[in-house]
Design a protein around this ligand. Structure first.
Ligand SMILES: Nc1ncnc2c1ncn2[C@@H]1O[C@H](COP(=O)(O)OP(=O)(O)OP(=O)(O)O)[C@@H](O)[C@H]1O
Ligand SMILES: [Mg+2]
Length: 231
């Protein structure tokens, strides 16, 4: 099977003035379609930076990142955004929902640039509703984020991440703002999505959450420290 994600000696450095910060120092691993991988490590280790690179939100400073066989570093910005839109869904710790938009409107956000007939718009709305049903929010289509609990908001964010039917879901601390009961729900939902074939990579501080994956990568100081199946 061909990896969906493959990193070869990826480095990332940030330069501000005369200060150079080496954040990733040669990271190599690959992920097969259908894997559920968690990434753990101390604060500042480079986990979010790694997820940004995986998410095509930042280019590596050196090394190679291939997404579905395409060398991301060789793509111009526009092609990169298109690839990102087609293949990837993001879930962030702080939800990034738009407060004035309802749950349904937030889920529809990834499609705002798709022009289409009224019929096509209706199909998109139907799909957004199906996704909200999938994450258990059938009764909440028209609620604003401020009227939802943290776990419900996170579920809206997950529904939104699924809207473009991405191959890979990238989640940065998806349970970071949730209490333990809500965390259990979100992890169960991610596992279920994985069982339906989605590749999922999630960054977490919570060992309980980390253990729920099938593979755990630990990173420290910008290098991979271990990469093992979870028991
Ligand atoms: N845009 C930037 N410019 C300069 N340095 C940065 C930038 N983004 C991140 N860094 C530095 O890179 C290092 C890794 O940051 P990163 O956000 O990847 O860590 P993390 O592992 O996600 O930490 P946390 O667990 O706290 O979220 C940090 O030392 C940070 O200061
Ligand atoms: Mg982080």
């Amino acid at each position: 099977m061909m990896p969906v994600i493959s990193l070869n000696q990826v480095e990332k450095r940030y330069v501000s003035g005369s200060v150079i910060t080496e954040v990733l120092k040669g990271v190599t691993f690959s992920v097969l379609p259908g894997e559920l991988v968690s990434i753990m490590g101390p604060s500042g280790a480079g986990k979010s930076t790694l997820l940004y690179i995986l998410g095509c939100l930042a280019y590596p400073s050196a090394g190679q990142y291939k997404l579905d066989g395409v060398d991301v570093g060789t793509l111009p910005d526009v092609a990169l955004s298109r690839l990102r839109n087609e293949k990837l869904g993001f879930v962030f710790q702080s939800f990034h929902l738009i407060p004035q938009y309802t749950a349904l409107e937030n889920v529809l956000l990834p499609t705002v640039y798709s022009k289409g007939s009224r019929k096509e718009k209706k199909q998109l709305t139907d799909r957004a509703k199906e996704l909200l049903d999938l994450v258990g929010l059938s009764e909440r289509y028209h609620y604003l984020p401020g009227e939802l609990s943290g776990g419900q908001r996170q579920r809206v964010a997950i529904a939104r991440a699924l809207m473009n039917n991405p191959e890979v879901i990238l989640a940065d601390e998806p349970t970071g703002n949730l209490d333990s009961r809500q965390s259990v729900e979100i992890v169960a939902l991610l596992r279920e999505l994985n069982e339906r074939g989605r590749t999922i990579i999630l960054v977490t501080h919570d060992p309980e959450v980390g253990r729920q994956a099938r593979r755990l990568i630990t990173i420290r100081d910008g290098v991979i420290q271990s990469d093992e199946p979870c028991s």
